[in-house]
Design a binder for this molecule. Sequence first.
Ligand SMILES: NC(=O)c1ccc[n+]([C@@H]2O[C@H](COP(=O)([O-])OP(=O)(O)OC[C@H]3O[C@@H](n4cnc5c(N)ncnc54)[C@H](O)[C@@H]3O)[C@@H](O)[C@H]2O)c1
Length: 365
Amino acid sequence: MTRKLRVGVIGAGIAERHLTGFGWNSDLFEVPVLCSLDADRGKPLCEEHNIPEYTQDADSLFARDDLDIIDIAAPPDSHFELCRKAIESGKHVICEKPLFGSIAEVDEMARILARSNGRKLMPIFQYRYGSGLQKLKLLIERGLAGKPFLTTIETHWWRGPDYYAVPWRGKWATELGGGLLGHAIHAHDMLNYVHGPCAEVFSYGATLVNPIEVEDTAALSVKMKNGSLATLSMTLGSRKEISRLRFCFSDLVAESILEPYTMGRDPWTFIAGTEEHQARIDAALADYEETEDGYTRQFELFHKAIIDDRDPPVTLQDARNSLELVTAAYSSQRTGQPTPMPITAEHPLYRSWLPEEGRRLAAGV
Ligand SMILES: NC(=O)c1ccc[n+]([C@@H]2O[C@H](COP(=O)([O-])OP(=O)(O)OC[C@H]3O[C@@H](n4cnc5c(N)ncnc54)[C@H](O)[C@@H]3O)[C@@H](O)[C@H]2O)c1
């Protein structure tokens, strides 16, 4: 019989979608407790999802010995400390994007995990599990895509003043970054998911749409380690919201749908160069087995990883790749130069990409 894992959830915003994901996997997970600072949102969520206990004290979750997993859906500036306490209290962890506020924190977490007696941390990248993107992964795995040439990714969304009325948003200290970190991170993760790590980035960034501290528009040129190139664009000022991904390989072009928040899902188009190769691609796609997507699928795979004692479906290295891209883009925007990757301890933004903090740490003050 499959062991049900017990989850303590932290947060009452996007956490609602996590609860739905756990609900769809009710044979794999149960949620005995939810913690948030805002009882007016947390308590109704508990009622809605039949969660018996509500608390405002996250430390009380870490002190319990009847929880297997802490699921963190609190704002970004709290992620590192909550993750550290959860791992050090012997729990596995799920944590929302953006995972942490620096590459240094990612590397510190790798050291914490190494001495944690097998605890697992899974960053959230639930958009990966869209059926269109999964089909592209299948075609690549079967050797049907050929040599990678070029990827273009557009994240053109709209965020108005209401969105930035929430106090932690729009500020370096609490949101930790702008649209590159908070919004395009999902689509940009798909670049790394398909092609592996980036090798170098050049970027412009600007704050054009809302009166906020962080960037809301950016353009990036990227060299991938596998030799292919990519251009990425992000704005939170697009009155028509779209996300679009286009992957050009020697034997295949894959195009996403334009739905801004479900661009990973079917129907993607997969076009080959010849009729014979199209037939091979169509035959491979006919073998694709439908699964759940989004949080539901990512949680299901995490359960399997824990039971089988394997790496989680999204790893700390995946989060490092995505945060390296952000760090390199900010570095390029500030220096006016391309930024080579990986970002290592010697890089001035390794310990923080925040404008002031980064300058202070780089100067050793
Ligand atoms: N994966 C996605 O598609 C997606 C979508 C939206 C948000 N997010 C991410 O999820 C995280 C939360 O975003 P949100 O929109 O839900 O924010 P929110 O402000 O709506 O909700 C945050 C919740 O965390 C609680 N909280 C904050 N600090 C806490 C603490 N120390 N202990 C206990 N509870 C605490 C608050 O009370 C609140 O209920 C952010 O990192 C955000 O980037 C991810």
